[in-house]
Design a protein around this ligand. Structure first.
Ligand SMILES: [Zn+2]
Length: 162
């Protein structure tokens, strides 16, 4: 994805208030992130481990989500991430997003299982070791796996903004 700046990321949040987007923790090392290998940039708040964030480019526009992880520690069971279909040794976490707009104000949210370290893009590309047996052998090309990851993430984001 195209590298984003801190202000672009803060402006991209669709499911939190402007004040929250201003205050939340954005990584300081944005310039050093492997943007070329990322379908989305995800991170956890080091001050609040139950909070995670991700930003991606959707229809050419940066779009970011604020997420809650109800159980702060990644689950030990080898569940599969719904976005990249990896069962990483580090575990997957249930991540819950408040819905955008009025639905979110009324307390509605949607959840999905994501790699606890939000490193889906790196697992798909084999840039980070997910552990033995973490990924099923598939006949898809890397490009097809990336497209599927992007499509799964877009589907989740569509549920948040629906
Ligand atoms: Zn994943």
């Amino acid at each position: 994805m195209t590298p984003l700046t801190e202000s672009e990321i803060r402006a991209a949040f669709v499911n939190c208030t402007k004040g929250e987007a201003k205050r939340l923790t954005v990584p300081r090392d944005l310039a050093d992130r492997p943007w070329d290998d990322l379908d989305y940039l995800g991170w956890r708040d080091p001050q609040a481990p139950d909070r995670a964030y991700l930003v991606t480019t959707l229809d050419g526009r940066p779009t970011a989500l604020a997420l809650r992880c109800p159980s702060a520690a990644p689950r030990q069971s080898r569940n599969m991430c719904s976005v990249c279909l990896t069962a990483p040794a580090g575990g997957v976490s249930l991540m819950v997003a408040r819905k955008a707009g009025r639905a979110g104000q009324q307390g509605n949210s949607v959840g999905t299982y994501l790699c606890g370290d939000l490193a889906c893009s790196l697992y798909v590309r084999g840039r980070k070791d997910a552990g033995a047996g973490a990924r099923l052998p598939e006949s898809l090309t890397l490009e097809e796996k990336i497209q599927r990851t992007v499509a799964n993430l877009a589907a989740f984001m569509a549920r948040v903004t629906a």
